[in-house]
Design a protein around this ligand. Structure first.
Ligand SMILES: [Fe+2]
Ligand SMILES: [Fe+2]
Length: 319
């Protein structure tokens, strides 16, 4: 195995997993106590920079309460999506790895570790949903938000199931490898803006576990890459590129809900989103920095020597 070195490094780095995993070592209840707490203009659960849209000049003068609603529903969208992603995507692939259903040769240690991931993600889904329910109660939200949150999953499913059925597993692996290798960065940037301690703790606990998962899936990338023939490497890397684009995109769907509730027309919301997010900084620079680890893994494995892969990544300015 060409990636022996990184596999051995993975084995050494995972020694503390059992004693560190939050599901096995944390007594936190994730009760936010939001309804008994008043957040006035100065005390919010986020910093205003959390929601990029608030930089738009049309939103500079809205009430603090409304700014908080925009930030709170953005956090809500994040935890709702996390819950679904953990159990329907990461754990789907974790169970296939654990049960040896992928038609790939995966070391025994990694098959067993897939069950640790399965356990962790079940716990993450639990605390994410628990936080979601409390934000929903706090705002008294009765609307069904799935039309806003599910859009993202339909983009994912379009790539996952749009390809030839024989490569579905490869596409699913690409999806989870990309998301798991960027999630520590993603959580770190979400957490940076959170000022309310109980929510910060949820992010912190999640990040501790994801540091192990990130190393696992980057190692798995090498294990898989070594086994693929050229045509499958190209399919795999091209799926990775698609998922980099989807996961790297700024999360703006929920603004149609929050700003709509505040009385903004859909046309105007679209215009504001476009003016803030349709920039190289959001579409390329931030994506590349979030995806640094998987881009380096591709580079290290000389993926960009394949012209079909090189062209695809170059066309999106990722390399
Ligand atoms: Fe997780
Ligand atoms: Fe994870």
């Amino acid at each position: 195995m060409k990636n022996n070195h990184s596999y051995n490094k993975y084995l050494a780095g995972r020694k503390d997993w059992d004693t560190t995993a939050r599901v096995r070592n944390c007594n936190e209840t994730y009760d936010l106590n939001l309804l008994n707490r008043t957040f006035d203009g100065n005390t919010t659960w986020h910093l205003p920079s959390y929601s990029g849209i608030l930089n738009h000049s049309e939103l500079h003068n809205i009430r603090n309460l409304d700014k908080k609603f925009i930030m709170g529903t953005q956090l809500l969208e994040f935890v709702i999506k996390t819950t679904k992603f953990e159990i329907e995507y990461v754990n789907k692939i974790a169970s296939k790895i654990a049960l040896g259903e992928l038609n790939l040769s995966i070391p025994q240690d990694m098959k067993l570790d897939a069950l640790k991931i399965y356990t962790d993600e079940g716990y993450h889904a639990y605390f994410s949903q628990k936080i979601a329910n409390q934000i929903i109660d706090y705002y008294g939200i009765e609307d069904d938000l799935t039309s806003y949150t599910n859009k993202y999953f339909s983009y994912l499913d379009g790539i996952l199931y749009g390809e030839n059925a024989s490569t579905n597993n490869l596409a699913m692996l690409a999806c989870v490898i990309v998301s798991e290798s960027m999630i520590v960065n993603d959580i770190a940037s979400e957490m940076k803006e959170i000022v309310y301690e109980p929510i910060k703790l949820m992010f912190k606990n999640h990040m501790i576990d994801e540091a192990f998962h990130g190393k696992y899936f980057l190692t798995l990338f090498g294990v898989i890459w070594d086994q693929l023939d050229d045509s499958h490497r190209i399919i795999f890397a091209n799926c990775i590129c698609e998922f980099i684009t989807i996961f790297g995109k700024p999360r703006t769907d929920i603004y149609y809900y929050s700003l709509g509730k505040l009385g903004f027309e859909e046309k105007n919301i679209r215009k504001m989103i476009d003016e803030i997010y349709n920039t190289n900084e959001w579409k390329i620079d931030r994506v590349k920095s979030k995806m640094g680890q998987i881009l380096s893994a591709l580079e290290l494995n000389q993926a960009f020597n394949y012209s079909a892969i090189n062209e695809k990544f170059s066309s999106r300015n990722y390399i």
